[in-house]
Design a protein around this ligand. Structure first.
Ligand code: BES
Ligand code: MN
Ligand code: ZN
Length: 488
């Protein structure tokens, strides 16, 4: 659901702004060093802010909040001292998120924000306000804060671009979360394509959607095979962004768009299946990134491909032992129908290499449980054939608060995807282990000689709890990383 909270700059003091907009909550930052320049709100308290912080053993760490109350104007208001640590971007993102959560149930909150990355603060605050619920609206006491007015030393005019940037990144991330959180009863490949068409119309993109017939005719055998068990046929979604000025390079983003992954005939147990509506989170991130390019003035030409299919068991499903012919003719032997992501991505990667002449290709996919085992829920696994690309994506991830860890494309494991009957097999056999690595090696076969990177987001694509700017369920992981990379 779109984030309803609005953030704007305020020109006057915290107290005056609180009275002007009748905010029930005012907030003052506290650093990990000495207390940040004592805000004028402290003047009306019968104790100093230092005394209050000491009483609560507050250290000014990001995420920490010490609450008291203060009379400003004609009413009592909540006064929050919120930790900002060293006011680094990650600190401000976390601080903004904590403050926004604390503002739930309130109509307006005014916050003094220290010098630093205001966009990160805004992004953190807005993303913490994200909610997805089908049914009764939230109780008023739990509803996200309506307005957040931010005050910095720089003033509202110079703050406006940072507020806009943070808002744009948060809105794109919320779109990715919405797409991934939507239940698969509603979300099938054609639904996802319709969402992409709506985004294209709103965001100044062109879109082409290939349906089943074209996919068969043009040889997208992976998409056809994976989608064969479902009554809801696959789609290849192609979104194109052309910058206003001539582009320096052409970036192709490829997203895994499995709208539900039951495992197919290699059926998953319920425990593993119940989160699989988010198996198109990579595709959601690609659509979300595309939605924000024109607003952010990205200078590269960008094409977004989403390989969308539903992986279901039925009489028409692909079977273990089937051989698929992918786009361009490479064949793969299906040894496990639950390793379906690589089968649909193979088609899209091969298509990008053969038809789109990209300077760089990056795919994003909830590809393997093994990546989740290796790196947990907060780091994506990054694989790349190009060191400079790997370094740029790693740096963008750190800056964006979506961290990645580079993993090796171990040549010795290439034998794991050999097949007796086809060019390659889809599970990595022969006891090599390294399930996320053999999956990446499979994908590499289809990227040609292009600089290529693969983000396995099986871990960070979902969160099991509300945590800083993350909300339980789909996280939109990859959206902020890729936008940061493309705007950097
Ligand atoms: N979508 C899953 C991977 C996944 C698992 C994502 C858990 C998020 C959380 C993928 O299609 C899959 O099922 N992979 C198999 C591959 C195996 C059969 C080679 C896996 O990881 O078990
Ligand atoms: Mn699967
Ligand atoms: Zn999957």
């Amino acid at each position: 659901m779109p984030i309803e909270t609005r953030i704007h700059g305020a020109g006057r003091t915290v107290s005056q702004t609180a009275v002007d907009i009748d905010a029930e909550v005012v907030a003052v930052p506290v650093g990990s060093g000495p207390v940040a320049p004592a805000a004028e709100v402290a003047q009306s308290l019968p104790f100093t802010l230092d005394e209050l912080l000491e009483l609560h053993r507050a250290k000014g760490e990001p995420g920490e909040i010490t609450a008291t109350q203060v009379r400003l104007g004609d009413r009592m208001r909540e006064l929050l001292l919120y930790g900002v640590g060293d006011a680094a971007p990650a600190d401000l993102r976390k601080a903004g998120a904590a403050l926004a959560r604390r503002g739930r149930g309130r109509t307006a909150l005014v916050a003094g924000v220290p010098a630093g990355d205001l966009a990160a603060f805004v992004e953190g605050a807005l993303l913490a306000c994200y909610e997805f619920k089908i049914g009764a609206p939230p109780h008023p006491a739990k509803k996200a804060v309506g307005t957040l007015a931010v005050l910095t030393e720089a003033g509202p005019e110079s703050d406006a671009p940072a507020i806009e940037l943070g808002t744009a990144r948060a809105r794109a991330t919320a779109l990715a979360r919405d797409l991934a959180n939507t239940p698969s009863r509603e979300k099938d490949p054609s639904w996802l394509a319709a969402q992409a068409e709506r985004v294209a119309a709103d965001a100044g993109l062109t879109v082409r959607v290939r349906g089943e017939k074209e996919l068969v005719e043009e040889g997208f055998g992976g998409l056809i095979a994976v989608g064969a068990g479902s009554s809801r046929p696959p789609r290849l979604i192609e979104l194109s962004y052309l910058p206003d000025e001539p582009a320096e390079r052409h970036v192709v983003l490829v997203g895994k768009g499995i709208t539900f992954d039951s495992g197919g005939l290699s059926l998953k147990p319920n425990e593993g299946m119940k989160t699989m509506k988010t198996d198109m989170a990579g595709g959601a991130a690609v659509i979300a990134v595309m939605s924000a390019l024109r607003g952010l003035g990205v200078r590269a030409r960008v094409t977004g491909l989403v390989a969308a299919a539903e992986n279901m068991p039925s009489g028409s499903s692909m079977r273990p032992s089937d051989v698929i012919s992918h786009y361009g003719g490479t064949t793969s032997e299906v040894l496990n129908t639950d390793a379906e992501g690589r089968l649909v991505l193979a088609d899209a990667l091969a298509y990008a290499d053969a038809e789109l002449a990209p300077d760089v290709v990056v795919d994003v996919a909830t590809l393997t449980g093994a990546a989740k085992v290796a790196l947990g829920l907060r780091h994506a696994a990054l694989f790349a054939t190009d060191d400079a690309l790997a370094a740029a994506l790693t740096e963008a991830g750190t800056e964006a608060g979506e961290r990645v860890w580079r993993m090796p494309l171990v040549e010795d494991y290439r034998a794991a995807i050999d097949s007796d009957v086809a060019d390659i097999n889809n599970i990595g056999r022969g006891g090599y282990g390294g399930g996320s690595i053999t999956a990446a090696l499979f994908l590499r076969e289809f990227a040609g000689d292009r600089p290529w990177a693969h983000l396995d987001i099986a871990g960070p694509g979902r969160s099991t709890s509300d945590d800083a700017e993350l909300t339980r369920g789909a996280t939109g992981f990859g959206t902020r990383l890729l936008l940061t990379w493309l705007t950097g």
